[in-house]
Design a protein around this ligand. Structure first.
Ligand SMILES: Nc1ncnc2c1ncn2[C@@H]1O[C@H](COP(=O)(O)OP(=O)(O)OP(=O)(O)O)[C@@H](O)[C@H]1O
Ligand code: SF4
Ligand SMILES: [Mg+2]
Length: 364
């Protein structure tokens, strides 16, 4: 395994082209209420314990989120990686309680900034959590902007709906956030079709930031964009994190892009987290056999190493095996793998779900 983290091809470049360059004159807003910047970096911001979200379908129950636990600190960027269909978007739905009608089972304890928000009624959650303290850029959100409403109106909407602000005050704040994400203020008057893909993605990011949330969840925010625009958006996120103290959960299957922002990485497989490690360990010294194979499958710019292919398919979430869910594809499987291991705590603030890391295995 190589020691060089994957690097985005254009990671060092500043935003350019159709948007404002990152503006060093920007001064972060001082908010009186609990804002992203209040509370010390390093404090626990979010703790998720044993979260489940299962769907009812004609073919049976889909266990999309199946016992997920993790925690993240303030001002941290947690990247949730995983193959298509492993349950990443379902995890965001569970965190924001934006559930479809066919839920078969939904449970789990969620604590945000010391408050157990899973105990809140739906009305309390809507008023005090969703879009105010936790906001989100949904998968493919830039294509979901209302085509007949000016983007400025759409960005200001959460302030009018959730904070009850006047049209004028909301618009002023929208202009401030446009500046923050690198869009000129006169773009507030444009319709979505008058913006490029990168600009629309910045507009939906502005919408998620407009209420100055503690945590922004971004579901595949750059997957529909070209590599230069992807790098520009990642630079905007890095700057917002640094200047506003915002915490991010970035959901993606793109290892190279995620390495730009990640402080921690949680790798999902078949509805569960299989490794949860600080980014420097995850990218340079992966622990779980799946992480090792996944990292070896990423093409590297600075080394002449052929990317490897991971054979096989993940199991169906309708019919999960009793044993380790990665066993069919794992080169290290052994007799014990007929039972599904728990997520084990390891040195260096790491966790892995694999029998290779149990205490007995470590001591032999
Ligand atoms: N409302 C639903 N009803 C039934 N099954 C669903 C529903 N939503 C998602 N699923 C299934 O749950 C599983 C996880 O879906 P999810 O969208 O969470 O995956 P994902 O990791 O976000 O995938 P991608 O990377 O492709 O976006 C998939 O098998 C999907 O088909
Ligand atoms: S528990 Fe066994 S099959 Fe699963 S990842 Fe570890 S070694 Fe491989
Ligand atoms: Mg998804």
């Amino acid at each position: 395994m190589s020691n060089t983290p994957p690097v985005h091809p254009d990671a060092s470049q500043q935003p350019r082209g159709d948007v404002l360059a990152d503006d060093p004159s920007y001064a972060p807003r001082q908010s009186g209420a609990e804002s992203a910047a209040s509370g010390a970096a390093g404090e626990t911001l979010l703790r998720v314990e044993n979260m489940h979200l299962h769907y009812r379908t004609q073919r049976g129950v889909v266990r999309a989120v199946d016992g997920i636990s993790f925690e993240m600190k303030r001002n941290e960027a947690l990247v949730v990686l995983g193959e298509s269909g492993c349950g990443k978007t379902s995890l965001t739905k569970a965190l924001l309680r934006t559930l479809p009608r066919n839920v078969a089972h939904f449970s789990g304890k969620v604590t945000l900034a010391g408050e157990e928000i899973s105990e809140l009624s739906e009305e309390q959650f809507r008023r005090t959590v969703r879009w105010s303290r936790i906001s989100m850029v949904m998968q493919a959100a830039m294509n979901a902007l209302n085509p007949v409403v000016r983007v400025g109106e759409q960005v200001a909407e959460p302030l009018r709906v959730h904070n009850g602000w006047s049209r004028e005050k909301s618009r002023e704040r929208a202009a401030e956030v446009f500046h923050l994400v690198g869009l000129p203020a006169d773009f507030l008057n444009r319709y979505p079709f008058e913006l490029s893909g990168g600009m629309r993605q910045r507009a939906v990011l502005a919408m998620a930031l407009v209420t100055d949330p503690l945590l922004v969840i971004l579901d595949e925010p750059t997957s529909a964009l070209d590599v230069l625009t992807q790098a520009n958006i990642m630079n905007v996120l890095k700057r917002i994190k640094r200047e506003m103290g915002t915490s991010f959960i970035l959901i993606t299957h793109d290892v190279a892009t995620s390495s730009e922002l990640a402080d921690r990485v949680a790798l999902m497989y078949a509805g569960q987290i299989v490794e949860d490690s600080p980014a420097q360990h995850y990218f340079t010294d992966p622990a779980h056999p799946y992480t090792k194979l996944l990292m070896a499958s990423v093409p590297r710019l600075r080394e002449v190493v052929e990317p490897e292919h991971i054979p096989g398919q993940p199991p169906s979430l309708l019919e999960l095996p009793e044993g380790c869910r990665f066993a069919d594809r794992c080169p290290s499987r052994h007799e014990r793998c007929g039972a599904n291991p728990e997520l084990q705590s390891l040195p260096d603030n790491r966790k892995a779900r694999c029998w290779l890391f149990t205490e007995e295995a470590q001591s032999t």
